[in-house]
Ligand binder design. Structure first.
Ligand code: GDP
Ligand code: MN
Length: 396
């Protein structure tokens, strides 16, 4: 689950990571009040107004702006809230901005040497260990740094048995070229950041930029945080940070009815039981010259009700030109699934794309008969390749 920058910073702050402080506002008036309050707390007269959407590259898209007085706070907040922010990480339509973070300006006026670093904590799947990834080249696209100057990206692997060790934090500070007070600040920052990542059951913490001010403070200016869904039951307060406005509406609906659905860009909808079979089926669709429109695992109980819910989700996608149902009947009997498909098809009454059903396993023969005699635009297939050929034929 992804969360907003301001929420990520709340988590960081609660673990003692120094952050650029800010207050969320939902309209221009709230933004002005927030700026006044921040001035009282921090003494800053300048503020940055930052669009809160689940996408990076906001600065480039005009979603991060400096306001030098309250009038500018009001103007800029009014302009950013409600806009469709387009960044390199959003679609062409962009993302609607519902709220902004009014933050203290931490790039001191006249400060000629603010240093920006990149730092993230994430799982290295190759080694099965968490790592801190960092670079002197902060503030810009880390993908670009990786492409042009990969030697400027460092990693520090963390032993899960002992956690991050002080010498590792010192090595990071050293590699970033720090000394004196900034060096000490950075080691504290790194240890607090890693602790926050681990204790919050996150799968990603990305801070870009980490800022070193001219008076040697180290702080998180940005925060991209992904929490592990499987750890949310341990963090009720984090679970409440979910902002479904930022999520794909079909995926939100799928979650409500307990279906495992991921929206994709293709033209063939698929309905499968089991994640492994779903992956294989998506490969099959590609081989047949189609593109999967979704990943959908209906799970163990593919009865009429579930099949109908799955149809409903798939058909919300206007790009779907065909649906491939690929079910292995192990515990669930194929004839029951077939009956489910037929019942759901008739119940819905508005299915206007061809359907190919492959049922294998217990009672597959009875299931095939049920499908073939249904009189509906549903074709049965027994073999994997046969299913692929039929998909290819309907797309042609
Ligand atoms: P992103 O573009 O979505 O990654 O958003 P960031 O939070 O990283 O902000 C984008 C850029 O805005 C940063 O790289 C900074 O250069 C700039 N920025 C952020 N905070 C401040 C601030 O307090 N003062 C000034 N002058 N610029 C800031
Ligand atoms: Mn950033």
């Amino acid at each position: 689950m992804n969360i907003h920058e301001y929420q990520g910073k709340e988590i960081l702050n609660s673990f003692g990571v120094r952050i650029q402080r800010g207050i969320v506002a939902h309209n221009a008036k709230e933004a002005v009040d927030a700026a006044k309050e921040l001035t009282e707390q921090t003494g800053t007269g300048w503020h940055v107004i930052k669009a809160q959407v689940h996408a990076g590259g906001r600065g480039k898209g005009g979603g991060v702006k400096l306001a030098k007085n309250l009038k500018e706070v009001e103007e800029i907040a009014g302009q950013i809230i409600g806009m469709n922010l387009v960044t390199p990480q959003t679609s062409a339509e962009g993302k609607k901005v519902h709220q902004v973070l009014v933050a203290e300006d931490v790039y001191y006026p006249g400060d000629s040497e603010p240093e920006e670093y990149y730092m993230s904590v994430l799982l290295n799947r190759a080694t099965g260990r968490n790592m801190v990834m960092y670079s002197t080249e902060g503030g810009m696209d880390i993908e670009t740094v990786a492409e042009n100057t990969p030697h400027l990206i460092f990693t520090e692997e963390i032993d899960p048995a002992v956690g991050i060790m002080p010498f590792q934090a010192r090595r990071i500070a050293f590699n970033l070229g720090l000394s004196g007070a900034a060096f000490k600040e950075m080691t504290k920052f790194v240890i607090a950041l890693y602790t926050a990542y681990e204790k919050s059951d996150s799968s990603l913490f990305e801070i870009n930029p980490v800022l070193k001010t001219s008076d040697d403070k180290i702080l998180a200016v940005d925060a991209k945080v992904s929490l592990d869904d499987n750890g949310l039951y341990r963090h009720k307060d984090y679970a409440e940070m979910r902002d479904i406005r930022e999520e794909n509406p079909v995926e939100v609906e799928a979650k409500k009815v307990g279906l495992n659905y991921v929206d994709l860009d293709g033209n063939v909808g698929c309905m499968v039981n089991g994640a492994g079979l779903a992956m294989a089926t998506m490969d099959l669709i590609k081989q047949a010259g189609g593109e999967p429109a979704n990943f959908l695992d209906v799970g163990g109980t593919a009865d009429a009700k579930r099949v109908e819910e799955a149809f409903r989700l798939i058909l919300k996608d206007e790009n779907v030109k065909a649906i491939l149902i690929n079910i292995f009947g192990g515990i669930v009997r194929c004839d029951r699934v077939a009956q489910g498909v037929v019942d759901a098809y008739k119940n819905m009454g508005n299915i206007n794309v061809p359907i190919i059903v492959r049922l294998q396993g217990t009672n597959a023969d009875i299931a095939k008969e049920l499908i073939d005699n249904s009189g509906l635009d549903v074709q049965s297939a027994v073999e994997f390749q046969e299913a692929a050929d039929k998909v290819q034929a309907v797309l042609a």
